[in-house]
Design a protein. Structure first.
Lengths: 196, 196
DNA sequence: TCCACCCGTTCGGCTTGACGAACGGGCACC
DNA sequence: GGTGCCCGTTCGTCAAGCCGAACGGGTGGA
C-alpha cells in the first residue's frame, strides 16, 4: 500500500510499529471528528474498553473491528493503517526517476507512486491568462497532482504557488486553499486529485 | 472505500461479506503469484492452518496477520480488502463533461472519476516516432489512462489502438497487451495507471 | 454540597484467532 | 509397490481479542 506495504520485504515494517501506527491513527481520526472514545465505540458497535486498549497501543485488532471503526469514522480503511502524508513536491521536466525504453524513443518519469485506497479524479485543464482560479479546500487528505502540458502556469498552495513550464509536475495538499493561474495563452494541464 | 467503507453507514457491508471478500482476495493473490498455501504461510510467518482457515472464509484475521500476508504477497493491504473491476474509453478534446470557471479563462474536463481504493501511479511520457513501445500486461485489474499533451500518438490495446491528438484522452485495460507509439516528434503525454 | 452524567481506564469472563501436530491425498522417483 | 515429499485440511491447545461491568475523575445543575 501505498503506504505502502508494497514490496515483499519482510522487514518492511515491524509489526509493533503497525499497531502503534494504527493506535495513533485511530486517535487522530477520532479527535479530528470531534468524537469521544465512548461515542465512537458506540457508533462502531464495539466495546469502549476495546477501543481504549486499541488507542493505547495494546492492539492487533481484528479486521472486523478495524473495519467497524473505519465505517464509524467515515474514513477509508487505509487511513487507519497508512502513515501521514508528505507535502508539496515538484518534479521539473527532466528531473525525477526517468526510465528510457530500448524499444523506442520513449521515456517515462514516475511522478507519483500509488498511495493506496485513494479515490482518484483525472482532469484536463485548458486555461488562459486572467484572474487565477482559486479553490477552496477539498476534503481532508486530498492531494492534487498537476502536470503542465503546454503554456505556463502558477499552481499550488495559495501561499506558496509554483511556476510551471511544460512537463513540470507539482503535487500539493488539496485540503488547503490553492490556485491555478495560466501565465500564457493556450495553457493546458492534467490534474489528478486523490481524495483518500 | 469504496468499496467503500466510506460513509458512516453501519450496514454498509455485512461483516460476513468482508471476510469472504478477504478470503477470495487472498486466494486470488496467492494463486496469481503462483505460491502454494504452505509456501505463502511460511513466507508470511504464519501457520498454514491459519491461512487455510482464512481462505476458507472462517476468518476475521488480526491486522498483523493480514499485514504479514500482504507483505509476503507483495501487494498493498488494500488489495486484500477491496473488490475486483471496466474497458476502453476515449474522450476527445472538447468532449466530455466540461466545467468552465467564471473566475478565469479556465475549463476542466473530468476524464475519469474516482474508482475507489486504487493504487495510482502517475507518469509523464516523452517520446518520438519510431518503433512503438509495447507493454506486456500488468497485474489484473489495472487500468491505464493517457492524456496526450503535445504531438500525436497511437495508444491503447494492441489490437485496437486509438490515435490521439493533443488534449485527447483514452483509458483501457492495462492487464492486456497495449502500446504507446509516438507519431510526431516531441510527443508528450501523461499516463496514470491504477492497479486496484 | 450533593447528585447525575459522561469521560476514559481497568478488571474478570468468554470467545476466538493463531499455532503445531497429525492426517489423507497426489505425485515423482527408486 | 514402496517410499519420500509436498500439498491442503482438520483437530486440540493456548494465548489474546473482545466484551460488560465496575471504577475514579471532571463538570454542570439543583
Amino acid at each position: 500500500m501505498g503506504t505502502g506495504n508494497g514490496p515483499a520485504d519482510p522487514a518492511e515494517r515491524p509489526a509493533s510499529g503497525l499497531i502503534t501506527l494504527i493506535a495513533t491513527a485511530i486517535r487522530r481520526e477520532r479527535e479530528g471528528a470531534g468524537l469521544s472514545l465512548t461515542e465512537l465505540a458506540r457508533r462502531a458497535g464495539i466495546a469502549k474498553s476495546t477501543l481504549s486498549q486499541l488507542e493505547s497501543g495494546s492492539g492487533n485488532p481484528s479486521v472486523e473491528t478495524l473495519w467497524a471503526l473505519g465505517v464509524a469514522l467515515g474514513v477509508p480503511f487505509s487511513r487507519l493503517v497508512d502513515p501521514p502524508r508528505p507535502r508539496i513536491r515538484v518534479v521539473r521536466r527532466g528531473e525525477g526517476p526517468v526510465t528510457h525504453s530500448d524499444q523506442a524513443d520513449y521515456s517515462a518519469a514516475l511522478l507519483a507512486a500509488g498511495a493506496t485506497h485513494t479515490r482518484r479524479d483525472l482532469y484536463r485543464i485548458d486555461a488562459s491568462p486572467g484572474r487565477p482560479r482559486l479553490s477552496e479546500p477539498h476534503l481532508p487528505g486530498t492531494t492534487e497532482h498537476v502536470v503542465l502540458c503546454t503554456g505556463r502556469a502558477l499552481a499550488g498552495p495559495t501561499e506558496e504557488p509554483v511556476e510551471l513550464d511544460p512537463g513540470d509536475y507539482v503535487a500539493y495538499p488539496g485540503d488547503a486553499p490553492h490556485l491555478f493561474e495560466a501565465l500564457a495563452p493556450d495553457t493546458t494541464a492534467v490534474i489528478v486529485t486523490d481524495h483518500i
